[in-house]
Design a protein around this ligand. Sequence first.
Ligand code: GLC
Length: 450
Amino acid sequence: MRKVFLFLLIITNFNSVFSQTAETPSWAKETKEQKEKRFEWWTNDRFGMFIHWGIYALPARHEWIKHNEKIPDEKYQRYFDNFNPDMYNPKEWAKKAKDAGMKYAVLTTKHHDGFCLWDSKHTDYKATNTPCGKDLVKLFVDAFRAEGIRIGFYYSLIDWHHPHFPYDNLHPNKPKEAEEQAKANEKRDIKIYRKYMKDQLTEILSNYGQIDELFLDFSYPGENGKGHEDWDSEGLIKLIRSLQPQILIDDRADLKNTEWGWDYVTPEQSMPKEWPTENGKRVPWETCQTFSGSWGYYRDEHSWKSVHQLVLMLIETVSKGGNLLLNVGPTARGVFDDRANDRLEGIAKWMKFHDRSIYGCTQAPEEFKAPDNCLLTYNQKTKRLYLHVLEWPTFQSLSLPGYGGKIKYAQLLNDGSEIRYRTNNDNVTLTSLPVGRPDVEIPVIELILE
Ligand code: GLC
């Protein structure tokens, strides 16, 4: 008996070790250099626009409204029937993104409610069948590309409309009792839904040119949830990579314990304390954030972040080696509302003079410590260090312990004016800061290193 138990224990352990290190399938093999090449634009560009748009913009009470208010299909249909964003002009969106310094844009092609923004052959539940009548994805791609902005797609793994998406914990229309749910699910065949996802991904990754990022959303494995086996995530990733070999894929398909099933991690709605790691190694990361609490347009949500907080968020993200994907939720008329425009304009104003401290930048080398109330970013290619001064000093000076012998020149970034400094052994003291804080959201001092 004991022997059998021991044997079982070994087998179980072996299995879990095995799944931890799940061998890289041959189609996913690539060299370190190939992987770095795929990331090249992304680590340079750092800043993108997320766009959550769909028929949930009509109720204007969060993109999860179907779930939050347990709305049955028949009732949710009114948003489909009335979807008519008559002012949709993605050229305007693209211009605003570009002015704000955003270098890539990720659009929700389909969110959890299952509504598709493109003219999919595999469903009727799409923009072309609403009064809008347009392939919104096509127009978006053309407009953003024309501004030189890279294209990314968000695609929801979850689908609260598809008749073969089995009811689960999150499904807004799930029968109340477990037994009823199981019975109802007998008529739902996840194999059909899996094929639907593959067909749709094939469409969006074949018909719109080069797509640089794919944001699959999301997995919730375990009791009455869904994970990689439900989605056939391995099959999805294989398909995606075959259609767009250069694409970068997020980490929400529940393949975190493999090396090949994701490219970057996606913390959201908070700021990581430090550069995120997996198995002790720093990994590429992109944090997606909202202006307010909601991704989709939410008319009566008033907890909007200020321009200052958003600029700070961008700097802090880059200071920890990450990317920021900042979300806009356009209205049902198809425009960004005033609050969003105001924040984007504020960011644009700052980026116009300070984008050098963002693009191509990352966390500063260990030897440089940020002084109090400062954040550092670093450009490895140009060997420049960027000191973001959050609290402006009163006495025209700022000391930089440990910087002695490492600096060649210092200047304010907003006007390129020289900042003089004194070196004393290991320490540097900047001595000629203006008394008045430069009139920019967050002043930056550029230090040109030896
Ligand atoms: C969450 C939410 C979703 C949103 C996403 C953005 O997964 O479910 O509504 O699209 O975060 O990252």
